[in-house]
Write a protein that binds this ligand. Structure first.
Ligand code: 13P
Length: 256
């Protein structure tokens, strides 16, 4: 019922040339329209145009951005607006990634403004939540994720909820090679869905895709994606290699 989403977060990697090379090397199979699977990559802003140009016509791979500003336009040096992303044709925007929260001071209130702006522009926000290692050690991970989810989605309607994607990314699993176990992922995803059903409605919560992120790769994706509340992956390192990305799409297709 929920279409699996395999989304690559390229972070600060892949300039325009490497982006064009990626699409040049990407397997045709990974670009097919596969029933039950969506695939997307989110290159840096400067590589978005290259991604749109290099993507084969008819390719089902969607393209998204990694951040956006919440104002329409104006004196915000260095920022990018949702209208600009829309003009390019972006389908997704990653919001509230833990690296934005940690290094660029983004809090739930800022993430919330960005989520509302993306929704108003018709771009699907991929809203990231997740605890750091210390919080898990102190058994506070559920509270932390609950707070981030409620704060980031404050003021949304049940209808809005059906138009967003959530990504649970335990910070201790990002780029560390250490993955949450399938049980840990499932437990948190089910917890998030239950919270969404209380905050909005059971029907809307049942439609929301909740992705797992944190060292997901071809070797561990199958088990993670088999969990009933894991509806895809937000993948960093492994999404940079066309062969790995294709394999991830293939594994997702095998779930159906
Ligand atoms: P890695 O897959 O490199 O651990 O990164 C995960 C992530 O942060 C995706 O947004």
């Amino acid at each position: 019922m929920r279409t699996i989403l395999i989304a690559g977060n390229w972070k600060m990697n892949m300039g325009p040339k490497e982006t064009a090379d990626f699409f040049g090397q990407l397997d045709d199979d990974a670009q097919k329209n596969i029933e039950g699977v969506d695939a997307a990559v989110c290159p840096p802003f400067v590589s978005l145009s290259a991604a749109f140009s290099a993507r084969k016509s008819g390719s089902a791979v969607k393209i998204g951005a990694q951040n956006v500003h919440f104002e329409d336009n104006g004196a915000f040096t260095g920022e990018i607006s949702t209208a600009m992303l829309k003009e390019l044709g972006c389908d997704f925007v990653i919001l509230g990634h833990s690296e934005r929260r940690e290094y660029f001071g983004e809090d739930d209130a800022v993430v919330n403004k960005k989520v509302k702006k993306a929704l108003a522009e018709g771009i699907t926000p991929i809203v990231c939540v997740g605890e750091v290692l210390q919080e898990r050690k102190e058994d506070r991970h559920f509270d932390v994720v609950k707070g981030q989810t409620a704060g980031s989605l404050d003021g949304l309607t049940a209808d809005d909820l059906t138009k967003i994607v959530i990504a649970y990314e335990p910070v201790w699993a990002i780029g560390t090679g250490e993955t949450a176990t399938p049980e840990q992922a499932q437990e948190m995803h089910a917890f998030i869905r239950e919270q969404l059903s209380q905050l909005f409605s059971e029907e809307a919560a049942a439609t929301v895709r909740i992705l797992y992120g944190g060292s997901m790769k071809p070797g561990n994706a199958d088990e993670l994606l088999r969990q009933p509340d894991v509806d895809g992956g937000l993948i960093g390192g492994a999404s940079l290699k066309p062969a790995d990305f294709s394999q991830l799409v293939d594994i997702a297709a095998g779930q159906k």
